[in-house]
Design a protein around this ligand. Structure first.
Ligand code: AP5
Length: 231
């Protein structure tokens, strides 16, 4: 189906969450993807799945992720290219944690063109590093539905248990205090240049990620609603 034949009101593009670890990308991306009925594509989740299953890719990624380093572009690009081939991506998707290098961003640009998507828009989550440590060390995640909690600010009703499906929550190994520093360093060195890259292209929309989850959600909703009709 050509782009112009796609139903009006759909996302029909990639929405990209760009921001440091712990800035709230996953928290917001999940809800937004549900709202638009498109998949939430977290390369971190995809890689963790490979690690859990012990695939060859997972075995390569595991030590890097444990040290807070990025996984090589070649491995990540293959996963993403395969994923967006699937039928559920036809009306667009929400990326969380991808792209993370200029190489990944350029490759994504080509992929989106090949698939006939409109230009992407990028939600840039702005936040100081002072609050990120608390957000990451306090994070707990549901291994079943991906629900995200925080023991300090967004605790589950019953400690350690997901409100939605009753699963036992996990503490990500890379959320340990000693791994947070290297992750922030990797962000500054390899991912932060994407802010300028996308700003120059005119795709970037800044969001104050220090606000509450609901306030950030509202700000993002307004941005997406205002530009959704653009071709
Ligand atoms: P990934 O899983 O993508 O992790 P990340 O980018 O480091 O981001 P996080 O998941 O830590 O944080 P988030 O911004 O999603 O915050 P969240 O919403 O959970 O990547 C993990 C690893 O995989 C990487 O280090 C790398 O090795 C590898 N990798 C992944 N993608 C890659 C790629 N493209 N290329 C190469 N390598 C790749 O929120 C955090 C906490 O804060 C939660 O507890 C939440 O409840 C709380 N919170 C959220 N919003 C708010 C708010 N507004 N107020 C108060 N608390 C809030």
């Amino acid at each position: 189906m050509a782009l112009d034949e796609r139903p009006v009101g759909k996302l029909d593009r990639a929405l990209i969450f760009l921001g440091p670890p712990g800035s709230g990308k996953g928290t917001q991306a999940k809800g937004l993807a549900e709202q638009y009925g498109v998949p939430h594509l977290s390369t971190g989740d995809m890689l963790r799945e490979h690690v859990t299953q012990g695939t060859p890719l997972g075995l390569k990624a595991k030590p890097l992720m444990e040290r807070g380093e990025l996984v090589p572009d070649s491995l990540v690009l293959k996963i993403v290219a395969d994923r967006i081939e699937r039928d559920d991506c036809f009306h667009g998707f929400v990326f969380d944690g991808f792209p993370r290098t200029v190489t990944q961003a350029k490759y994504l640009g080509e992929l989106l063109k090949q698939h006939g998507f409109k230009f992407p828009f990028v939600i840039h989550m702005i936040i100081g590093t002072d609050v990120l440590m608390k957000r990451m060390t306090g994070r707990r995640v549901c291994p079943v539905g991906g629900e995200i909690y925080n023991v300090f600010d967004r605790p589950p009703k019953v400690e350690g248990i997901c409100d939605v499906d009753g699963a036992k929550l996990i503490h990500r190994p890379d959320d340990r205090e000693e791994v947070v520093g290297p992750r922030l360093h990797a962000y500054e060195k390899q991912t932060a240049p994407l802010v300028m890259y996308y700003r120059r292209l005119g795709y970037l929309h800044d969001v104050d990620a220090r606000k509450s989850v609901d306030e950030v959600r509202q700000d993002i909703h307004q941005i997406v609603a205002s530009i959704r009709g653009m071709r």
